[in-house]
Design a protein around this ligand. Structure first.
Ligand SMILES: NC(=O)c1ccc[n+]([C@@H]2O[C@H](COP(=O)([O-])OP(=O)(O)OC[C@H]3O[C@@H](n4cnc5c(N)ncnc54)[C@H](OP(=O)(O)O)[C@@H]3O)[C@@H](O)[C@H]2O)c1
Length: 241
């Protein structure tokens, strides 16, 4: 029975991953949440879904994780929880914003990995997926402001790559889930590009649904992708770091 642990499952891509993975009764899904939602509670009725309380900003919450999990191998860890609170330019981004993005998007995922590593080590084919973004690619030079958010995800990509070198027996991949029309993303884009209808329209035109994004992530998990890559999940091509 393959087991999956996912962070940030209250909404968006994380919630949809739980939905799709739990449809296969052969899967065991550990869905972690900071704020429960009726949608997640509904999915948690399935016998193969267990919800787990986790705030990735809070080290004591992370340390409390293993007591909520069975002492059993974990096959796939999907570090999806993340925030994008500001798209202010670098020179105008406040200290608190830098800290918030790095704590949630960079430090949180690696601390969760550290906490669950011993369970992954007991899997015959352990895999870790860091949900990143193309906006964290330094070499892609995307023409959008993505200051603290992009920097925190660029650091996350570095961590994923380094981890894949340090632990070659664990598959570690950074994924860009696409431009996904989650409620949070639509609200953030609306705020970030207020008054710039042309950019907003361009972004909306390339948006995919959370359902499609989650299906692409699951397809990537099931394909023989080499560890250490940073990929877009729609066609599994490499994104430059
Ligand atoms: N949507 C896109 O276009 C897009 C593009 C590229 C990358 N991504 C990445 O995809 C991931 C999911 O994004 P989404 O669009 O699905 O947004 P979302 O609906 O806002 O989902 C984010 C999830 O992360 C959780 N989270 C945030 N801070 C947390 C914390 N401190 N501890 C635990 N959970 C926390 C949220 O929980 P709460 O409900 O408790 O806040 C929520 O469940 C993020 O890492 C994001 O950067 C998204």
């Amino acid at each position: 029975m393959p087991s999956y642990f996912i962070t940030g499952t209250s909404s968006g891509i994380g919630l949809e991953l739980v939905n799709q993975l739990s449809k296969d009764p052969a899967n065991r899904v550990f869905a972690s949440y900071r704020r429960s939602t009726p949608e997640l509670e509904e999915l948690a009725r399935a016998p193969n879904v267990k919800t787990v309380l986790l705030d990735v900003d809070d080290q004591s919450s992370i340390e409390n994780l293993t007591s909520q999990l069975p002492d059993a191998p974990l096959d796939v860890l999907i570090l999806n929880a993340g925030i994008a609170k500001t798209f202010d330019p670098v020179a105008a981004t406040a200290r608190d914003m830098w800290l918030d993005h790095f704590v949630t998007n960079t430090v949180g995922p690696i601390m969760v990995f550290q906490q669950l590593q011993h369970l992954l080590e007991r899997s015959s084919s352990p895999q870790v997926y860091f949900v990143s973004t193309m906006g964290g690619s330094i070499q892609s030079h995307l023409p959008f402001p993505s200051g603290a958010y992009g920097a925190s995800k660029a650091a996350l990509n570095f961590i994923a790559r380094k981890l894949s070198e340090e632990l070659p027996h664990i598959k570690v991949v950074s994924v860009h889930p696409g431009m996904v029309a989650t409620e949070k993303a639509l609200e953030t884009v609306g705020r970030a590009f207020a008054g710039n209808e042309a950019v907003k329209a361009k972004l909306m035109a390339i948006c995919i649904s959370p359902e499609q994004s989650a299906a692409n992530i699951i397809a990537a998990i099931h394909s023989p992708i080499r560890s250490g890559r940073f990929i877009r999940v729609d066609d599994q091509s490499d994104i430059p770091f």
